[in-house]
Design a protein around this ligand. Structure first.
Ligand code: ZN
Length: 285
């Protein structure tokens, strides 16, 4: 008993002296960052669940386990900075964001009306734009973004993220997805669990289109589907079939165009899944 009280007194006397003098205030804030620090990259972090996390102008949601996510747009110019505020303490970390080289890709043979839409479809395009924006407006508490992802489809990669696209000789916006070629009807699976926020069988540019919410502003997009096999509001598990490959919208042949938003930034989803498996290049299909 005497020994214990001795120890308590020793801690009481030493702690106020030693802790502030030898340990910077922010050292109490845990921070791990894991991901791709490059344009189009996605970074998942973990800190104290009670912390407030700032990335640029954004305040990022933090899960009960302390997870958060942010991403770098195609033309993001570093350095990036993240600040973690916990009580009176702030931990800031800056990091370089690598620039990427983007190709120019010439795509001929797409339906001309999808390159320069005729005036009579402009209302439809505008209405569909509003539907798409609404389907990615909500930032939800799902935490699937913090778990490993799988390819939604394996096959030949025919288009990469960020390339400048020239359709039938007409320059258009950069391509912000990854194109994976497979025959019409090949199943597309959910790369991670999520909630379907858009399930549209026939959009003007995208054909069959699905948005899948993985939480904290991470929403991915599946384009040109011949069949949409889920409904809005439906929850799906990783690996569950959500649709079938097709060639609808602005496409020259059957493929999946997989895209991703993270808190509004259009990022490269292939960062989450590593290289395309070689044995599964679709050659035998
Ligand atoms: Zn594409």
């Amino acid at each position: 008993m005497r020994l214990r009280w001795g120890l308590v007194w020793a801690l009481f006397l030493i702690a106020p002296v030693i802790v502030p003098a030898s340990v910077p205030a922010w050292a109490d804030i845990p921070l791990e960052l894991d991901g791709t620090f490059a344009q189009g990259g996605i970074v998942v972090g973990q800190t104290d669940p009670a912390a407030e996390v700032h990335f640029g102008d954004l305040v990022l949601p933090v899960s009960d386990e302390g997870h958060f996510v942010f991403g770098f747009a195609r033309d993001f110019e570093g350095p990036g900075e993240i600040s973690i505020v916990l009580g009176e303490q702030t931990l800031s970390r800056t990091f370089d964001v690598a620039a990427r080289q983007y190709n120019i890709q010439y795509v001929d043979g797409v339906p001309p009306e999808t390159v320069t839409p005729p005036p009579e479809v402009l209302d439809r395009i505008r209405a569909e734009g509003a539907i798409k924006r609404a389907a990615r407006a909500d930032v939800t508490a799902r935490t699937d973004f913090a778990r490993p992802f799988i390819w939604p489809l394996t096959g030949i990669v025919t288009g990469t993220y960020g390339s400048q696209r020239v359709y039938n000789g007409t320059p258009r916006n950069p391509h912000l997805g990854i194109d994976i070629a497979r025959p019409t009807g090949t199943p597309v699976v959910a790369p991670a669990a999520g909630t379907v926020t858009l399930a549209a069988p026939d959009m003007y540019f995208e054909g069959g289109l699905i948005f899948l919410d993985h939480g904290h502003g991470m929403i991915d997009v599946f384009m040109h589907l011949s069949e949409v096999l889920v409904e809005e509001g439906q929850e799906v598990e990783q690996g569950e079939v959500i649709g079938l490959v097709g060639a609808g919208g602005r496409a020259t042949g059957p493929h999946l165009d997989w895209r991703m938003y993270v808190m509004g930034a259009r990022v490269d989803p292939s960062n989450l899944v590593g290289p395309m498996p070689e044995e599964d290049d679709g050659a035998d299909q």
